[in-house]
Design a protein around this ligand. Structure first.
Ligand SMILES: Nc1ncnc2c1ncn2[C@@H]1O[C@H](COP(=O)(O)OP(=O)(O)O)[C@@H](O)[C@H]1O
Ligand SMILES: [Mg+2]
Length: 249
């Protein structure tokens, strides 16, 4: 968790995104300080995934700026390379390479993007597998792993680039209920160790435990940013409160 006020590592400033004539993101702004964990909640279709996809340049924005570590990703010439190296992404459906074993999935980006040797990439991958408690499954292929195990490999794969920030898009929503906590525990541990994280999830237990701030999105807008304490002690924002009531009951 964050310990105090620092300049933001990630600053999203009034970004707009439309598909055709439909405005999906409407002047969204958001700041993530180093070591901070922010949880984004909001109804389906409110633009949460689109926001994360804009941050890691899977989508282009129509207006606004995305400042990462002081550099504007919407203008920087080598932005894609910077993002692939320094922003880790974990998706709902794991998206592991099915023809590669767990350890090979984790070794791939350090070897191909950063030029790390096979030997060093393997050492690093084993450390990371240990961290996500899957050392003994290093040689298993994705279809031999449970959903919870696959998602933990996906987290280790993202960590292999030693990212400055981790983005998670509903990382547990495709999992059977009994596997949710093994993934959330790994994420919470990373947050507690100071990994800057932006997490789209409706797992409110995780949010309460790990988040410094909660952001509520609705219909393409960031309509609320509160500290976790403010939010869970009874947010005064009516739409956010109704949404919270719905998902908690
Ligand atoms: N590639 C796309 N083309 C057109 N519309 C899209 C595309 N991706 C998302 N949308 C629309 O954008 C809105 C926000 O989607 P999304 O960011 O996935 O929301 P959330 O993640 O909050 O559920 C939805 O109405 C969705 O239908
Ligand atoms: Mg989504």
């Amino acid at each position: 968790m964050s310990t105090g006020a620092s300049p933001p590592l990630l600053k999203i400033h009034r970004i707009d995104k439309s598909y055709g004539s439909t405005r999906i993101l409407k002047s969204c702004s958001l700041e993530v300080a180093p070591r901070e964990t922010i949880v984004i909640v909001g109804p389906s279709g409110s633009g949460k995934s689109t926001l994360l996809r804009c941050i890691n340049l899977l989508e282009t924005v129509d207006a606004g700026n995305i400042l990462f570590d002081g550099r504007d990703l919407t203008r920087e010439r080598k932005a894609e390379h910077l993002v692939r190296q320094q922003i880790g992404m974990v998706f709902q459906n794991f998206e592991l390479f099915s023809h590669l074993s767990a350890v090979e999935n984790i070794m791939l980006a350090p070897m191909t993007v950063s030029g790390v040797s096979r030997h060093d990439a393997h050492d690093l991958a084993m450390v990371l597998l240990n961290k996500v408690r899957l050392r003994e499954r290093a040689d298993a292929y994705p279809d031999e792993l449970s959903g919870g195990q696959q998602q933990r490999v996906a987290i280790a794969r993202a960590l292999a680039m030693k990212p400055k920030v981790m983005l998670y898009d509903e990382p547990t929503s495709a999992l059977d209920p009994e596997m949710v906590s093994e993934v959330l525990d790994v994420m919470a541990e990373l947050s507690a160790e100071g990994m800057t994280s932006l997490v789209v999830t409706h797992e409110m237990g995780f949010a309460r435990r790990a988040a410094d701030k909660i952001v509520f999105m609705d219909a393409g807008e960031v309509i609320l940013t509160e500290t976790s304490e403010q939010f869970f002690s009874g947010t005064t924002h009516e739409r956010a409160r109704r949404f919270l009531d719905q998902i908690l009951h």
